[in-house]
Design a protein. Sequence first.
Length: 139
Amino acid sequence: MARPDPHPPEVFEQLRRRGPETRIAVVGASNDPAKYGNVIVRNLAAKGYTVLPVNPREKAIAGLPAYASLAAVPGPVHIVNVVTPPAVTKGVLEEAARLGLPAVWLQDGSYDDAVLAAAEKAPFRTVREACIMVASNFG
């Protein structure tokens, strides 16, 4: 069975709208500067996006308020960027679907075949096989 397009154009179009009006939740955000959950938060914030770190164990990440879950994030979320292990990612997909969020961006390492199978059935667009930091450099 063919998988859906790993680069849905409407999600890339939202990313091209660089600026605070594009709100990106980073699930798996971290205060460890060596982890992608920190690097991605800092990179996207420096590019002018509104970055919403999600980590249930942190109050703030890279100087930004952190939220315990996607449900706790105020206001609209346009893209959910996931930097969690596949076992956690499946729950993130379920929460994003429950909340009616429009797009989930799976970073390398956050998904396996089971996660991709779940994403295929989800009501949102899913990006995979692309790094959000790299893709956000092109507009």
